[in-house]
Design a protein around this ligand. Sequence first.
Ligand SMILES: *Cc1c(COP(=O)(O)O)cnc(C)c1O
Length: 356
Amino acid sequence: MSDRGDSTRAAHAGLPDRADGEPFLPGPTFAAPYHLAGPSDASRFNYGRYDNPTWARLEDALGELEGAHSVVFSSGMAAVTAVVVPALHSGDVLVAPSDAYPGIRAIAGDLLERNGVEVRLVPTQDAAYRDALADATLVWIESPSNPGLDRVDIRALADAAHQEGAVVAVDNTLAGPLRQRPLELGADFSVTSASKHLTGHSDLVLGVVAVSNRERAAALRSWRIATGAIPGPFEAWLAHRSLATLALRLERQEANARALVDLLGARDDVAGVRWPGVGSVVCFDLGTEDRAHAFLRNCQLIAEATSFGGLHANAERRARWGSDDVGPGFIRLSAGIEDTPDLLADVEQALALSRP
Ligand SMILES: *Cc1c(COP(=O)(O)O)cnc(C)c1O
């Protein structure tokens, strides 16, 4: 399977062996207890918080795409928590990006520091990371970062972090497993919010952690059982169904993102146009809050909403959350699967109407 193309792999990932009269992708299994007579290990499936056949198929699919063991969680943040919290104790050191996803910074500040963990926040830059690595316990990387869209050399940083005895985790949400596989670059954990383009239909919240050894996967499953951070079977099934079109969606979204970058970059009334070369997210600066509001208000196709990676284009003025170090006119736009001319036309007319 692994030598086949991305779209082939995504469409077939995790499907059970063919059997006459059976569906391609079996529907979700809704169960709290399962029938289980005799010893507790008579079946892999005994109670709904422990395991579920719908999760198992989704994990097989994600594992095939990432070349790893994958463990799914109820959200991206539940996946982040499953990596970060059990790894860090009083006196340990976490190195994490100062521009990381706000939820990760909240855990670092609200929980870990109170528990005696030293938290070192650094910009997503190779040199800043290198300076902060001494005696690190866990090095958290988000590359490309969000919304800054900065990148670091994951392989080089993972090597340097391992020399300090640290474990390395990468938040891979922006790139995803078809564009970047952090485990192959030396990371110990690859974490993805599946609420974004991995599932891509803006209709579910889910997270996944990929690891390259069985022991780590077993530890993550134990954490999931203990904390109850489990996905619903219906979400897991929807995610598997949506995964089949990941490569197709991404190709169109990236073509749209590239076309938007060309359009925006050629204008003198738009500054700071950024796209990391993968994924759907394009950022740019319209200078003022008023102009950003006017742009968003005048978009007809592009929905004003947070998040990214969905098949409908959306955008927001990122400073409205107060959680990122961005200017008042900073726009984060996520390209959908719309036809490119339609998307470009929407941006052009909204920009024209937004001019003071
Ligand atoms: C959305 C996101 C998360 C959190 O994921 P949820 O599924 O919303 O819990 C973590 N990291 C990044 C980079 C994200 O974009």
